[in-house]
Design a protein around this ligand. Structure first.
Ligand SMILES: [Zn+2]
Ligand SMILES: [Zn+2]
Length: 385
């Protein structure tokens, strides 16, 4: 349920939240938002595209001077699997949903900078809370029912915080992002820049982060590897813009019984984002605060595996896992109901046997999904109680 705060926290486009804008209206609003001569607050939308475009020259240098198919494969896996997984771990599960906690400032510094910086925290986190409150409805910053362009340009059009928040509301916004490691502007600085981040701090952070990763890649494989990985990062930076449009089935209802249990949004458990980043998005909408989203045996969750490794290394102190609740509230009742449907006659004995077979199937399903996780399961269950 949307709270009044989440309803008013984002800057409303001039065409309003309720209307489905035309392509022309979207383009006009986009140029309006990026007009730095109109408002200093345009710096953040401009920065979003600036850093993305800065990645492209690396790709051009790679393709023209260092091209090899092996490095193409390395770049593809790095961008599609690792950067995507890091986005799910850090921006999505940690920064937005607080699905797990890190031990200290060092762990946070590492978690925050595991890849070259591309998406500023405030652009992702604040608007994503609104997305969950208003999924696929008016006010959803990347409402998939409003089309591709509406989502592709959402970072500039629908995700920035509004510029006239009261001091109390601004403080509330800061509480949403302070744990991510970013330093918040004072209220006076916010009034000047229209953002939570100060441009000087953000630029310094990006420069240091990019220099570190370029140097690290260079040490591992020279300019060839560094330009391949940075160049492919540009593909991710562009692709992430329609991430939610894809995950919400392009605004169509493509939810399947027995696969997509959340009926409060159009989110689907799409195979590609699920396999490369553990982003089983329909599951995620069921339990947004869960440290994992892959619940069934055929839903691997690389992000959860990485968080688990980070925990083994001492970086994570606690997490919330809703997998048992998924089985209890959704999967077991579904199987039981299906068992009733499958029984050809109402005779009690036949019905009992059918339900028994399905229960066995479900238990093996659970076993496969939880294999090797017994020790964690104990702590997960403790964490939920
Ligand atoms: Zn969603
Ligand atoms: Zn989410």
């Amino acid at each position: 349920m949307a709270t009044p705060f989440l309803l008013r926290v984002l800057e409303e486009p001039r065409y309003g939240w309720a209307a489905k804008p035309s392509t022309r209206e979207i383009c006009r609003e986009w140029f309006f938002r990026l007009n730095i001569f109109r408002s200093r607050a345009a710096w953040l939308p401009i920065a979003g595209w600036f850093w993305t475009l800065c990645l492209f020259p690396f790709g051009v240098v790679f393709l023209t001077r260092y091209f090899s198919w092996w490095l193409m494969l390395a770049g593809f896996l790095y961008a599609m699997v690792w950067i995507g997984t890091h986005g799910t771990m850090y921006l999505h599960r940690f920064s937005t949903h607080r699905a797990f906690k890190v031990r200290n400032g060092l762990a946070l510094l590492i978690l925050r900078n595991l890849t070259p910086k591309i998406v500023p925290e405030e652009v992702y986190v604040v608007s994503h809370h609104v997305h969950h409150a208003l999924s696929d409805k008016a006010g959803d910053p990347y409402n998939a029912t409003n089309g591709f362009l509406y989502c592709f340009l959402a970072g500039e059009l629908h995700q920035p915080i509004r510029r006239d928040l009261t001091e109390k509301d601004y403080d509330h916004v800061c509480q949403l992002v302070r744990h991510t490691g970013m330093r918040c502007n004072s209220y006076e600085q916010y009034q000047r820049w229209g953002s939570i981040a100060h441009p000087a701090r953000l630029i310094a952070h990006y420069l240091i982060n990019w220099a570190f990763w370029y140097a690290a890649f260079y040490a591992m494989g020279g300019h060839a590897l560094a330009t391949a990985l940075f160049g492919w990062s540009a593909m991710w930076a562009v692709g992430i813009r329609t991430h939610n449009y894809d995950l919400h089935a392009f605004g169509k209802d493509r939810r399947q019984d027995g696969v997509d249990f959340d009926r409060g949004s159009l989110a689907v458990n799409a195979i590609w984002p699920g396999f490369v980043a553990g982003e089983w998005h329909n599951n995620h909408h069921l339990f947004p605060q869960s440290v994992r989203a892959g619940f069934l045996w055929w839903q691997p969750d690389i992000s959860f595996t990485c968080i688990r490794i980070f925990r083994l290394l001492g970086g994570v102190t606690e997490w919330r896992d809703f997998k048992p609740k998924f089985f209890e509230r959704h999967y077991r009742p579904y199987l039981a109901a299906r068992g009733n449907e499958l029984v050809p006659s109402p005779q009690a004995e036949g019905q009992r046997q059918a339900i028994g077979r399905l229960a066995n199937f479900q238990r093996s399903d659970e076993r496969r999904a939880m294999s090797g996780a017994d020790d964690d399961l104990v702590s997960e269950r403790q964490a939920q109680t």
